[in-house]
Design a binder for this molecule. Structure first.
Ligand code: FAD
Length: 418
């Protein structure tokens, strides 16, 4: 890499975005000796209310990549999943009944995952991470092929010339927008309000994911490190203004309905709207994930909803799938690179589509209102609950798409090379 002026960099791969997708890809490329520069807009790794639930498949991948050992003590395994509808448990699953090397999802603060990945990358001389660097423009050659990125950094403008540019810049991807690749954003009917409370150890165990439903309202209650619970509850699309008009008591009452045992805690700790944050729920379908000189990964290629914590999972699997393809293709030239990015999309899109379909089915079930709708939903959950095979099948769609007893990551990558 040539860095004579401090403003002109040359690299094989420029990754825009140092989230789970971008950093995992950069570490996996650097480990293979590929020159990689990561541009990350934020100066720090702190993310509030972001991807802390990590799926069992990703836990397994992080283990295989040698990252899980470095995270020792930073995460908590979750043992149980439980849906309560109108006050009754209608579906539950104990993760230790799943016969995989890593059956448990974990709760892991995203800033710890990201700083651990950055530390792992920094051990390789071909890895460069520039924080506080916002990509503002794509460089192109005369034929329109992307040849790198221009970025704004605290030290002024920086130009990164790259054989391949990777858009790993999340759900509002600027790289995707600048590339002209088509993206179909599909808003869901509801948004989610998130807040954090001290964990109610006297009423709940802290190894269980809880979903509570009443009528057409639902809440997710996710134990979070350290000593808190993340609460996400649905509101009508764009409905925050309306709720705010009625003041905090309405928010308190909404939560009373779903989790009366948290009533006192909610009133004590949620004293203003600044104690909450709103997530606009949508899913994005991008028909083509690549263009000459460019590829999208993670949320930039396929934004999912927060249901069943799938975003970080797919971000990590994307990275692990793409890295070996790029390692082989980079020395071979543009045609091999285009072929590699096409193969990457073909290898990944069916799995992403399965997760999206599962999330949309769940979303439709959550939003069923009225006596009949609620009764139908409860009957369906109970039918799944009564059959271990069905419970396994439903959860496997979300959590166990990769793992098979005894299979290793090299096999996953071989399949893609296949
Ligand atoms: C409120 C909320 C809760 C969530 N909870 C979960 C969960 O529990 N489990 C789960 O699996 N998923 C969850 N998700 C989704 C999950 O966070 C994402 O799917 C996942 O982080 C995607 O990883 P990524 O690397 O593709 O993108 P991101 O994590 O979004 O990372 C993109 C990075 O790009 C940077 N960036 C953006 N623009 C630029 C630019 N122009 N130049 C340089 N850098 C740029 C950003 O600063 C960011 O660091 C949640 C999402 C939200 C919003």
């Amino acid at each position: 890499m040539d860095d004579e002026t401090g403003r002109e960099l040359r690299t094989q791969v420029c990754v825009v975005g140092g989230g789970p997708a971008g950093l995992t890809l950069a570490v996996e490329l650097a480990r293979r000796g590929v020159d990689v520069v990561v541009l990350e807009a934020s100066k720090h790794f702190n993310r509030s209310f972001r991807g802390e639930s990590v799926s069992p498949d990703s836990v397994w991948l992080l283990d295989e990549l040698g990252i899980l050992d470095r995270l020792d003590g930073a995460y908590v395994q979750m043992h149980r999943f439980e849906i309560e509808d109108s006050g009754h448990t209608v579906l539950h699953a104990d993760f230790d009944r799943f016969p995989y090397p890593h059956p448990f999802p974990v709760e892991l603060p995203q800033h710890i995952l990201l700083s651990t990945l950055a530390e792992a990358g920094a051990e390789h001389p071909s890895f460069t991470l520039i924080q506080g660097a916002t990509a503002t423009e794509l460089l192109r050659d005369g034929g329109g092929k992307v040849t790198g990125v221009r970025a704004r950094t605290p030290d002024g403008a920086t130009t990164v010339h790259a054989t391949l540019t990777v858009g790993a810049d999340g759900r509002f991807s600027k790289v995707r927008e600048m590339s002209g690749l088509e993206a179909r954003v599909m808003p869901l009917d509801r948004d989610v309000v998130w807040l954090k409370l001290p964990f109610p150890y006297d009423s709940w165990d802290d190894r269980t994911y809880r979903v509570r439903i009443r009528g057409d309202q639902h809440g997710l209650f996710i134990p979070t490190r350290p000593d808190s619970v993340r609460v996400g509850f649905n509101i009508p699309k764009g409905g925050l203004k309306e709720i705010r008009k009625h003041g905090l008591p309405l928010l308190h009452q909404r939560l009373d309905l779903l989790a009366p045992e948290l009533s006192d805690t909610v009133r004590k700790h949620i004293r203003g709207w600044s104690d909450t944050s709103m997530l606009d729920i949508f899913t994005t379908v991008v028909p083509r994930w690549s263009a000459p000189g460019l590829v999208l990964i993670g949320d930039a290629a396929h934004t999912l909803t927060p249901i069943l914590g799938q975003g970080v999972n797919h971000a990590i699997i994307d990275a692990v799938t793409l890295a070996p393809l790029l390692e082989d293709a980079l020395p071979e030239g543009p045609a091999a690179l285009s072929d590699a990015t096409d193969r990457f999309q073909r290898a990944r899109e069916a799995s992403v589509a399965r997760s999206r379909a599962l999330q949309l089915r769940q979303e439709r079930l959550f939003s069923l209102g009225g006596r009949l709708g609620g009764a139908w939903r409860r009957a369906l959950y109970r039918a799944v609950d009564h059959s271990e095979r069905l419970t396994h099948k439903v959860l496997a769609g979300a959590y166990f798409q990769l793992q098979k007893p005894g299979e290793r990551v090299a096999k996953v990558q071989q399949d893609v090379h296949g």
